[in-house]
Design a protein around this ligand. Structure first.
Ligand SMILES: [Zn+2]
Length: 494
């Protein structure tokens, strides 16, 4: 996601611990990830009068944990938009910009669920009814397979959020039941926190068909396979291999620009942007920078979708949502494009380690802006130091032992603190590494991180290993000092 904040200075470091060992890196992980991934097949229809998406979904699942499973668990994030949800989808301070016509609600209604062809008594669990638990009626041993089928209707709220409709666009992010990630042998049934991107998911393969009125244009994850018209509707079929999620944005107003970049099709879907060529060029330039220095984007297309959204933008595999009219539009495009590498290809737990993808995407965006002549890197970093140190100074006046660590998103006091630590302090961490080791070694370390973490859930330990191998073990010490909150920020000249 892209959040905004501002201001000044530069830095230094000091402090703690060390990390672990580099895992083996192989060349063609895309094929392996595709072969090992679970497969989702979704056949959906969108009723744009009722704002309801009806779907049949089949998921072929292999138990890749070391434990037996008696039930399969899915996040059903659409239920977070319910009226009686205890945790709203946006912080209270964002409600006025999220709801264009007053508060509005949505949900997911399940009709039937089958496990291996047999109807089962599924349960909807969690504080906000956001976990679907499907009993298998048997024990699924490691490496055994099962198939879950379900039908459901998702009612959309009138909200500028990941999932919702407005007059201009329909955002279909997190609309379908997605498998919970298994962590240490157990399902991670985390709630939908209203700050940050509260997600962690494994790469999987998708076949998605959507039928909708023919005046809609669809921007989506994956590659279009077919488009068939009948009775005033169009049915689009997409396939996507080895992606962490599947999302779409619909609009009747979309125009489209396309440019090939390093053999990848970059599409820009827009309706209000008055300078679409520059917006498309921003995504293409960022893609070239990361292709050249970090590693090649492994998919065939990337779609950048201008839309209605309450923050700056949102990342999904192969597609980004960019907020129409944002004051930092190009910055948001660059940031969300960077997420294709960090979050998309190299995954991380965005709940426990949000700084890993947000801090990194923010910093490489500043690097891109510097190289493109949009804004000097030093100016951005000085602004970041000023914001971060001022925030900590203010807290220090009121509290003892202020926590300066990079924490899980639910451990921040509020959205502002989450932004200052995850984005700003996170980018300062990467700038410190960049200044300490120099540009060439910085890119080499990131390239190693990209190669080693592809299609996996990467950790700070892997990041430490890659930077320590390229720049010496003090680089791991720098990373850990920022994570633990023992870093020392000093002033350096511009
Ligand atoms: Zn982001």
């Amino acid at each position: 996601m892209k959040k905004l904040l501002c201001t000044f200075a530069a830095l230094l470091i000091v402090a703690a611990a060390v990390c672990c060992s580099l895992v083996g890196c192989s060349a063609n992980k895309m094929q392996t990830a595709t072969k090992n991934g679970d497969t989702y097949t979704i056949v959906a229809g969108y009723d744009d009068n009722a704002h309801v998406l009806s779907a049949m979904q089949t998921v072929q699942i292999t138990n890749r944990s070391e434990n037996t499973l008696d039930a399969i668990k899915f996040h059903i994030y659409a239920n977070q938009y319910r009226q009686d949800a205890q945790n709203g989808v946006v912080p209270a301070g964002y409600k006025s910009q999220a709801y264009p016509n007053g508060e509005s609600y949505g949900d997911i209604a399940l009709d039937s669920v089958k496990a291996d062809g047999v109807a089962v008594a599924y349960t909807v669990e969690g504080t906000d009814m956001d976990i679907l638990s499907v009993p298998l009626g048997k024990t699924l041993y490691p490496d055994e397979q099962t198939t879950i089928e379900m039908t459901y209707q998702v009612t959309l709220a009138n909200i500028k959020h990941r999932l919702g409709y407005t007059d201009a666009t329909v955002n279909l992010g997190n609309f379908y039941p997605i498998l919970c990630h298994i962590d240490n042998g157990a399902y991670s049934c985390t709630p939908y926190y209203c700050i940050g991107d509260p997600f962690v998911s494994d790469v999987a393969n998708y076949n998605v068909t959507i039928t909708l009125p023919q005046d809609y244009t669809v921007a989506a994850t994956g590659n279009i396979q077919e488009a068939n018209s009948a009775n005033g509707n169009v049915t689009y079929t997409y396939s996507a291999d080895a992606v962490r999620d599947f999302a779409m944005v619909l609009s009747k107003q979309y125009k489209k620009l396309t440019r090939q970049t390093d053999g990848i099709e970059v599409n820009y879907y827009y309706y209000a942007d008055t300078d679409p060529e520059t917006s498309l060029a921003t995504a293409c330039d960022m893609m070239q920078l990361l292709n050249a220095n970090v590693g090649k984007y492994p998919y065939r297309q990337l779609s950048v979708a201008e839309t209605e959204f309450c923050y700056g933008g949102m990342e999904y595999p192969n597609i980004t949502m960019i907020t129409s009219g944002s004051s930092a539009y190009r910055e948001a495009i660059a940031h969300e494009t960077a997420h294709q590498w960090f979050y998309g290809v190299v995954g991380n737990n965005q709940i426990t380690d949000a700084w890993l993808d947000e801090g990194l995407c923010e910093f490489v965006t500043y690097l891109y802006m510097d190289k493109s002549g949009i804004a000097p890197l030093s100016q951005k970093m000085m602004a970041g130091i000023k914001t971060y140190t001022t925030y900590v100074d203010v807290l220090n006046r009121y509290y003892e032992n202020v926590d300066r660590s990079l924490r899980p998103i639910d451990a921040y006091k509020n959205d502002s603190e989450y932004v200052i630590f995850t984005y700003i302090k996170g980018s300062l961490l990467f700038n410190t590494l960049y200044e300490t080791m120099g540009e060439a070694k910085f890119w080499k370390a990131l390239s190693d991180y990209y190669n080693c973490g592809q299609f996996e859930i990467a950790t700070s330990a892997l990041l430490c290993d890659c930077f320590a191998q390229c720049g010496g073990k003090e680089l791991a010490t720098i990373i850990n000092s920022f994570v633990e909150g023992t870093e020392i920020m000093g002033k350096i000249t511009d």
